[in-house]
Ligand binder design. Structure first.
Ligand code: ATP
Length: 366
């Protein structure tokens, strides 16, 4: 199956630039999640790939074939939407068969494709069931079975879990992962839900305002954001950001902040004076007793998170950060002040343009 390439792809709706000069590849055999906040252009990009929206400029390739001008029916794309497209009052089997009939697929091949799709989706037992009797997960599975039975070159999913309740999402995710491994083709999956993207994607393409901020394997995207936006958007809550100044001292870049017990040397070139320190809440070390490089901080608020961890809002010199603690001791939970340390390996630096600065940090003892 070919990869999909987009080259300088732009879509404007009057003054709104929905997709802004994107160049990108969706690799073979991988699930690429398009992730980003509402309005960032995910659906528009997906619709252009499907041929449902014409680009303002740019090219879409399927392998080496330019299909920018081809109508949807000539693109051999399977699509699964937010709302399951299921015809009520007819069986699951017939639901999968109808589009194949429209395409004049001969009877034998039709049967073979339907049986194959039913098996892949684990729907064999429901084949004769009236589709009106199905729950939302099974209904969405029927939509997927239908998309697969076309034998598409690529499959596009547009927020397919929107109408599935929280408990059943785990079930759908599990099924999707198994299926994507078996299909081993280009799958593009649009979502604004970071947990969904983290669970399902081989790579996540993070979008903001029509542009691609970063594309990486989920863990790398989370741990190594290339822009402030990635640090902020991913995580619950997202990264902490602290403004700091970088000074030159004896030919070295030195960074200081009230969250450091002693300043840090930064080994990099051409750094701005104003930088932003980024650190994820779960990476901050918090203790009721003094840690080696810790500073004392006031505890402002405490709350419990959905995952059963504790979120402490702590303050040093009127700057607040959020720290996540998994198994706090009773002493820590009742403390009015705590010791906090930012482990150097978890500090990410950003410049004035909110872009990551790759730099090695070491303590510069006073
Ligand atoms: P959501 O998650 O809410 O669906 P999205 O990331 O998929 O958001 P798009 O739906 O692609 O974003 O929209 C991108 C931008 O383009 C938005 O500002 C939207 O208002 C605008 N837009 C999308 N479709 C149209 C249209 N048909 N006409 C005018 N503007 C549009």
């Amino acid at each position: 199956m070919p990869e999909i390439k987009i080259d300088n792809l732009t879509k404007r709706f009057k003054e709104v630039v929905a997709v802004d000069d994107l160049t990108f590849s969706f690799p073979e055999g991988q699930v690429t999640c398009l992730l980003g906040p509402s309005g960032c252009g995910k659906t528009t990009l997906l619709r252009m790939i499907a041929g449902l929206e014409a680009p303002t400029s740019g090219i879409i390739y399927f392998g080496d074939i330019d299909l920018t001008q081809l109508p949807p029916r000539k693109r051999n794309i399977g699509m699964v939407f937010q709302y399951p497209v299921v015809y009520r009052g007819i069986s699951v089997y017939k639901n999968i068969e109808l589009p194949l009939l429209k395409r004049n697929i001969p009877a034998n091949e039709r049967r073979q494709r339907i049986e194959e799709a039913l098996e892949l989706l684990n729907l064999q037992d429901q084949a004769d069931k009236d589709s009106s009797q199905l729950d939302n997960v099974s209904r969405q599975k029927v939509s997927v079975a239908r998309a697969i039975s076309y034998h598409p070159d690529i499959i596009l999913f547009d927020e397919p879990m929107t109408n599935i309740d929280a408990n059943s999402r785990v079930q759908f995710s599990h099924f999707f992962k198994e299926l994507s491994k078996k299909l081993n083709q280009v799958i593009v999956y649009v979502t604004h839900d970071q947990t969904e993207a983290m669970t399902l994607a081989d790579q996540i393409a993070l979008m903001e305002d029509g542009r691609m901020v970063q594309c990486n394997e989920p863990r790398a995207l989370y741990n190594e954001p290339e822009e402030v936006f990635g640090g902020w958007f991913l995580g619950n809550p997202g990264m902490n950001f602290i403004a700091a100044r970088c000074e030159q001292s004896a030919g070295k870049n030195v960074l200081d902040s009230s969250f450091f017990q002693s300043p840090l040397f930064i080994a990099t070139h051409g750094l701005d004076r104003e930088v932003t320190i980024g650190i994820r809440p779960e990476h901050i070390s918090v203790s009721e007793t003094a840690l080696s490089n810790a500073v004392n901080a006031k505890v402002k608020r405490k709350s419990i998170t959905v995952g059963g961890q504790f979120l402490l809002v702590i303050e040093v010199d009127q700057v607040e950060v959020k720290a996540k603690v998994s198994h706090p001791s009773n002493e820590l939970m009742s403390a009015k002040s705590v010791w906090v340390e930012f482990p150097l390996e978890h500090i990410v630096l950003f410049d004035q343009h909110q872009k990551r600065v790759h730099a090695e940090l070491t303590y510069a003892r006073k």
